[in-house]
Unconditional design. Sequence first.
Length: 376
Amino acid sequence: MNTESTDRIPVDLVRAITILTIIVTLGAALIVASEIVLILFLGVLFGVFLTKLSGWISARSPVGYRGALAIVVVSLLLGLAGSATFFFVQVNEQVEKASERIDEGIRELRSLVGRYPALKSTLASTPIVSDALGVEGDDKNRNNSGSSEQSGIQLGSIPEPVKQAARSVGQMFRTTFGLVVNSLLIFFVGLFLAISPGGYRDGVVHLVPESKRTRVAEVLDTTSETLWRWLIGRFGSMLVTGVGAFLLLLVLGIPMAGTLGMLTALLTFVPNIGAAIALGLAILFALPQGVGSVGAVIGGYVALQLFESYVVTPLIQQKAVSLPPALLISFQAVMGVLFGFIGAAVASPLLATGKTMVEMLYVEDYLHSADTHGNQ
C-alpha cells in the first residue's frame, strides 16, 4: 500500500509539472503573439469545417475524400466571390443613400441625447460610443476648449480635412492589409490541415507515451466533433437571423434590408456581441423613420436572438456544446478586453474546446483515477 502511494507521487508530480509547463507556454504565446495564435486557432476551426464537410460528402457519394475537398473549396471560393460581388455592387449603388441614412440616424440620436442629460452622461462615459457620436462630458468640453487655445497655432498649420483624410487612408490600409493577410493565413492553414487531417492528428498523438496514445486520439476526435457541432449551430443561427432580419426590415420599410440582413447573418457568427452590433446598425437605419420603427426593430431583433439562442442552436447542436451563458459572456468579455474583437470572436469555440479537454483529461482521467487509487 505504501509502495503504491510512493510510486504515485513522482507520477503526479511529473503530470503537474507537464500541465503547468503547457499552461505557461500557451500563456507566453498569447502574450507575445496573441493575434497570430488566435488567427491560427481560426485556421484550425476552418480546417475542421473542411474536413468534416468533405468527409460527409464523400461518405454519401462516389466521390473520394480529396475530390470532395476540392468540390467544397471551389464551391466556397465561387460562393465567396459571388457574395462579395453582390454585396459590393449593392453597397456601391446605395453607399450615398446609406451614408445619408446613417448621418441622419446619428443626428437624431444626438438630438435625443441632448434632450436627456442622464443619457448624455452615460454615453459620454462609454469611449467607443462617445467617439462615434461626438458626445463629450462637460468637464471634457472645458478641458478641450482650454487646450485648443494653447495648441491652436501648432494644429492650425495643417487643415483639418487633410489630417482626417490622412488618418482615414492610413487606418483603411492597415485594416484592409491585415484583413487580407489574416484571411489568407486562415484559409491555407485550414486547407493544409484538411488535405491530410490524419497526418497532423497522428503527429500530435505520437508526442505522448504509447500507453496514452489511444486516449489522446479519442480526445482529439471528440474535440473535433465538438467544434463541428459548434460550427453547425453557428451556421444555423446565421441563416435564421439573417433571413429573419431581412424579412423584419423589409416589412418595416427600412432601407437596404437585404444588405442589413446579410451583415446580421455574418455578425451572428460571433455569439452575443455580433447580434448587438447588428442591432446597432439596424437602429441607425430605423431612427429617421421615428421611435415606432426603432421600437419595432429592437423588439424584432430581441425576438430573433431569443429564438436563435433557445431554439435553433440547442436543436442543431443537440447539446453537444453546452456552454453556460454566464460563463460564455464572461469569457467573451475577458477575451475582448485582452485581445480585441478577434478575441471576442474566438471566445466561444475556444471555450468549447477547453471545456471538452478539461472534462475528458482532468475530470474523467485525473480525478477519476485519483478517486480510484484513494479507494484502494
